[in-house]
Ligand binder design. Structure first.
Ligand code: HEC
Ligand code: HEC
Length: 497
């Protein structure tokens, strides 16, 4: 606990810590190329390649998020292809005739990774029109209750628990179960339209969601249950985000820009090492590595065991004894886990190597005007444009690349409008991790029904911006005060990412 608390408050240490992978000369070089630009008259050098040498230049179509890093070795590509198959594969419940694919459940949210991460892009929410709702699975629900015992408080403080799970339903609502076992329930959403007047006589309509759980399969949920809906994010560029040096992230956390914006790291538990690590992934930066989040997905979303999370019963809780009576899919012939370590490695290689597409129209006058507005509105305080990845990154294809993800990977208080009251690790109920913006202009090319923000409530990029509050209130207000042409330029810039 002392360690976590000390790390969390050690702004001073963060400030003084320097990158240990570079000599003095390279540190200066990196500082020069990553300094914010002041010249908006033309595109910057290498700006068309957001993922450096890994950027994909393939034809833009619905498959544009599904290509491997362009600089991946031949061997890496072979592994990527196998991983791709596993990401797409539909798992089935045990026992089945296709023994190598069984073990799904007992409780689960989807049969495959791709069912939520549509074509490696973001998932689809059930829909805004009550008459046209789909049973989209990509919006999943975290479940938490307030801590009530000293043991709870100890586990939270030590980082062993990110939050206290609902005692019967666990930390996530599974809306499917294998035959013979009740599902945990389903999500109902109502949206309330809220009009926002913009300078220049325009109006935007935000959709304010209200969430409810229907048909609970294991009795009523606790009265004080808190629910946090999360939409499956896009999968591109994740290995490069893993290769951003912690010193670069912590430098942004320590920086005082005098604008009321102060990002915070989420220190979380690394299951492999048992150590505290910097959270980078998920909407609340709750996971330190792509591998760990992928193993969590196998366990919580699909009920499949991996070496990192070896229970065959996924998210069954002690209060759901029937769940533990169901057959599982581990077979002595194939090892002790439903997803053996070797397969897990293929999935990880795949998940860290989905390439970011090259930028379009970087020299277009409207795009450049929008880029200038993006800097002037101070979006860059959180959506930090550039980094050079570590020279000693684990995988060669991620080493020493100039990348443009537009995120600081830190938590920010985004205000009441986006808050859901569920804290996760050190992230409070109103804090969210700045999401990367690379590839965001191709969101609908990949998934025509995709929407934005942590729960997919924003139907347009403008709506996503207008939901910004808290530390981002001033940036949002600047967008409201822009002329219609300026707002269009800002959006045009985002669409070029
Ligand atoms: C039921 C839907 C669902 C399924 C199935 C699913 N995911 Fe996800 N995935 C999500 C959601 C939702 C998040 C964000 C979770 C959060 O913010 O807490 C996420 C986040 C991730 C992230 C972090 C991405 C980022 O930008 O931070 C990775 C990596 C990931 N999933 C990999 C996988 C893999 C690999 C599989 C299959 C083994 C998988 N997912 C299956 C819904 C799903
Ligand atoms: C204080 C930090 C901060 C500032 C300033 C900020 N953002 Fe964000 N931005 C965030 C966070 C955090 C989220 C995720 C919020 C959520 O999902 O609830 C986000 C989400 C977004 C999204 C949606 C991303 C997605 O994947 O769904 C867009 C687009 C965006 N911001 C654009 C902008 C623009 C344009 C500006 C400047 C006008 C801006 N942001 C200023 C922190 C910030």
């Amino acid at each position: 606990m002392a360690v976590l608390a000390a790390l969390a408050t050690s702004g001073a240490t963060a400030q003084s810590a320097q990158r240990d992978d570079l000599g003095v000369e390279d540190r200066d070089r990196v500082a020069r190329v990553t300094a914010p630009t002041r010249d908006f008259s033309r595109a910057e050098t290498f700006e068309t390649l957001p993922a450096g040498a890994g950027t994909t230049r393939k034809l833009v179509n619905a498959d544009i998020f599904s290509h491997p890093s362009a600089n991946l070795t031949f061997e890496g590509r072979q592994q990527f292809l196998v991983g791709n198959g596993l990401f797409r594969k539909d798992w089935v419940s045990a026992p089945s005739s296709t023994q190598a694919s069984d073990g799904l459940g007992p409780l689960f949210n989807a049969r495959s990774c791709q069912a939520c991460h549509t074509k490696d892009g973001r998932g689809t929410v059930p829909g805004f029109d009550p008459l046209e709702r789909t049973d989209a699975v990509a919006l999943l629900l975290r479940l938490a209750v307030p801590p009530s015992t000293d043991e709870h408080r100890r586990l939270l403080a030590s980082g062993e628990l990110p939050f206290v799970p609902e005692p019967v339903y666990g930390s996530q609502l599974q809306n499917f179960a294998v035959a013979g076992l009740p599902a945990e329930g389903r999500l109902e959403i109502e949206y309330e339209p809220v009009a926002v007047a913009l300078n220049g006589g325009e109006t935007a309509t935000l959709m304010k969601p209200v969430y409810r759980i229907e048909d609970p399969g294991y009795g009523p949920l606790r009265d004080d249950v808190q629910i946090s809906p999360r939409l499956a994010p896009p999968m591109i560029g994740l290995g490069l985000l893993e290769a951003v040096h912690p010193a670069d992230i912590l430098a942004n956390a320590a920086a005082d820009h005098g604008d009321g914006i102060s990002g915070r790291p989420n220190w979380v538990r690394d299951a492999r090492s048992g150590q505290t690590a910097l959270g980078r992934f998920n909407w609340k930066a709750s996971q330190p590595t792509v591998e760990q989040q992928s193993a969590v997905a196998f366990s919580n979303d699909m009920g499949l065991s991996t070496p990192l999370f070896p229970s065959h019963y996924g998210e069954c809780t002690a209060a759901q004894p029937a769940c533990f009576d169901m057959p599982h899919g581990a077979q002595p012939r194939l090892g002790e886990h439903e997803v053996p370590g070797e397969l897990m490695d293929f999935v990880t290689t795949y998940a860290v190597n989905l390439a970011v597409p090259q930028r379009r129209d970087v020299d277009d006058a409207r795009v450049l005007a929008g880029k200038k507005l993006f800097y002037e509105a101070n979006c860059v305080a959180c959506h930090v444009p550039k980094y050079v990845t570590r020279r000693d990154a684990e995988r060669p294809e991620h080493r020493f690349q100039l990348i443009w993800p537009y995120t600081d990977l830190l938590l920010h208080d985004m205000g009441e409008g986006l808050a859901d009251g569920v804290s996760e690790g050190q992230a409070s109920g109103s804090e969210w991790r700045t999401p990367p913006l690379w590839g965001i202009g191709l969101t609908r090319t990949v998934n025509p029904n995709a929407t934005w923000l942590h729960d997919g409530r924003a139907r347009t990029l403008l709506e996503a911006i207008l939901w910004h509050g808290g530390e981002a209130q001033a940036a949002r207000d600047r967008v409201v005060a822009m002329t219609p042409q300026q707002r269009a330029d800002l959006i045009r810039f985002l669409e070029s990412l």
